[in-house]
Design a protein around this ligand. Structure first.
Ligand code: DQA
Length: 150
C-alpha cells in the first residue's frame, strides 16, 4: 500500500482554538481522523505528525519512509528556504496544503517557498484542503505506477 506522510507545521496544534474566524473550530485530531478514514477508503497508508520545529520538519522530510508527502508548513511556507531545500533534496512528490486561502490574505502570505518544489498547492478549503490533497495523492501515485502490458 502506498505510504503518505502528513506534516502539520507550527501552531496547527492549536486548531479549533486559534483564530477561529480564519481556521474554523475543528481540531487537528478531527482532521487527522477524517484523513485516516478517507485514506482507508482510497487504499493509502497514512501517518501524520505535528511539530512547531523547523528542524523536526526537515528531519521528517529527510526520513524517506513515504511515497508522497502532504505538508501544511504553516508560517514556514513564507519563510523557510531550508524546508524548500529539504523537499528538493529528497525528490518525493509533495502536495502543499493550507486551510485558508493564502492568496486572499495579507501580502506576506502570498509567497510560498514551497510551491515551486511541490506538485501542487491546495489552499482555502478548510479541513477539506487535506481531503482534496489525499485524493490528489492517490491520483499522482496511480499515474506513476508502471503501465501494465495489455
Ligand atoms: C496556514 C496559512 C499560513 O499563512 C499560516 O501561517 C498558518 C496556517 C493555513 O493552513 O491556512 O499557520 O498554513
Amino acid at each position: 500500500m502506498p505510504k503518505i506522510k502528513v506534516i502539520h507545521g507550527p501552531n496547527l496544534n492549536l486548531l479549533g482554538k486559534r483564530e477561529t474566524m480564519v481556521y474554523g473550530t475543528g481540531s487537528l485530531a478531527e482532521i487527522d481522523s477524517a484523513m485516516k478514514e478517507l485514506a482507508d477508503q482510497l487504499g493509502l497508508e497514512i501517518s501524520a505528525m505535528q511539530t512547531n520545529s523547523e528542524a523536526d520538519i526537515i528531519d521528517a522530510i529527510h526520513k524517506t519512509d513515504y511515497d508522497l508527502l502532504i505538508i501544511n508548513p504553516a508560517a514556514y511556507t513564507h519563510t523557510s528556504i531550508a524546508i524548500r531545500d529539504a523537499i528538493a533534496a529528497v525528490s518525493k512528490p509533495v502536495i502543499e496544503v493550507h486551510l485558508s486561502n493564502i492568496h486572499k490574505r495579507e501580502e506576506f502570505r502570498r509567497h510560498s517557498f514551497i510551491a515551486e518544489v511541490a506538485v501542487g498547492q491546495i489552499s482555502g478549503f478548510g479541513p477539506g484542503s487535506y481531503m482534496l490533497a489525499l485524493r490528489a495523492a492517490r491520483k499522482i501515485l496511480m499515474d506513476r505506477e508502471p503501465q501494465k502490458k495489455p
